[in-house]
Design a protein around this ligand. Structure first.
Ligand SMILES: NC(=O)c1ccc[n+]([C@@H]2O[C@H](COP(=O)([O-])OP(=O)(O)OC[C@H]3O[C@@H](n4cnc5c(N)ncnc54)[C@H](O)[C@@H]3O)[C@@H](O)[C@H]2O)c1
Length: 273
């Protein structure tokens, strides 16, 4: 066991697939009851069913983090079922507006869409849940940013800027909530093979970006992901959803009660600091 979360109720946004689903599984393994929240309500239901079949405690809610009304309804529904929420992982994130992977240019819509989900989404869910944490006199929040938020990227400046904003908001949120015994931290993952990376690398593969032209022997986007990741990562491997889940479990546990406002890279050493 990484951290004891027995008796804790943890809501994870964007938990129907990818990284969020992996984080939810690790938190459930540590004893938490998990609330799988996702814009795709059917997939969220399926994921919660899967978790219950594995013997974990799980419920699901449909939630669009960009809509205050949707967040309010989803959190109220979850609280009616389980009473309170004391752990939150703001994981839902996007690279751009629908179809971003089929075009090279970054559009105005990409900027708006990315900031609405990756930044305002965190604000909406935090604002809705913090009162419950304040009433319970404790709580922990983990925001999933990215090492992209600590680097520049001429190809996807909207994504990197949104993740830098998530890191910054984590610090403001940590200062605001510290007097209520609520800690707020941020994890910056490196490269994890999820539906998101499937699209990123497919775009690189299809458009033959600068990186790809150096590796003309590469046969598909999965191989491209692996090669680019190994070359850019000191530990020479990609990360897994479990790796991010372990860090989240620690940061949400009592063992991390004196850590707040930090952004922890789980990236094989790609970014130091
Ligand atoms: N995969 C990586 O290598 C990587 C690296 C660094 C950071 N991240 C971050 O981790 C998080 C998860 O990424 P992923 O790779 O699993 O992505 P993904 O696209 O595979 O999954 C994202 C999930 O979020 C949900 N979602 C999207 N918009 C939503 C909304 N408005 N409201 C609620 N749910 C919504 C989707 O339905 C999906 O289930 C993101 O914040 C991403 O930026 C991922």
């Amino acid at each position: 066991m990484i951290a004891d979360l027995t008796g804790k109720n943890a809501l994870i946004t964007g938990a129907a697939s990818g990284l969020g689903k992996g984080i939810a599984k690790v938190l459930a393994q540590q004893g938490a009851l998990i609330i799988v929240a996702d814009i795709d309500g059917e997939e969220a239901k399926r994921a919660a069913n899967e978790f219950r079949n594995l013997g974990y405690q799980a419920i699901s809610v449909q939630m669009d983090v960009t809509s205050i009304d949707s967040v309010d309804k989803a959190v109220s529904k979850a609280m009616n079922q389980i009473g309170h929420i004391d752990k939150l992982v703001n994981n839902a994130g996007v690279i751009g507006a629908p179809g971003w992977h089929e075009r090279l240019e970054v559009t105005e819509e990409d900027w708006d869409f990315t900031f609405n989900v990756n930044v305002k989404g965190i604000v909406h869910v935090t604002d809705r849940i913090q009162d419950d944490m304040i009433n319970g006199a404790h709580g922990s929040i983990v925001n999933i940013a990215s090492v992209a938020g600590k680097m520049g990227n001429p190809d996807r400046p909207n994504y990197n800027a949104s993740k830098a904003a998530a890191i910054s908001y984590t610090k403001s949120s940590a200062l605001k909530l510290s007097k209520f015994n609520i800690n707020v931290n941020c994890i910056c993952p490196g490269n994890i093979w999820t539906p998101m990376w499937d699209k990123i690398s497919m775009r690189q593969f299809n458009f033959g970006s600068e990186i790809f032209s150096e590796f003309s022997d590469i046969k598909n986007n999965r191989e491209l992901f692996q090669r680019v990741t190994e070359l850019s990562t000191p530990l020479k491997r990609d990360q897994s959803a479990d790796d991010i889940g372990y860090a989240a479990a620690f940061l949400l546990s009592d063992a991390a009660k004196n850590i707040t406002g930090q952004s922890i890279n789980v990236d094989g050493g790609r970014v130091m600091g």
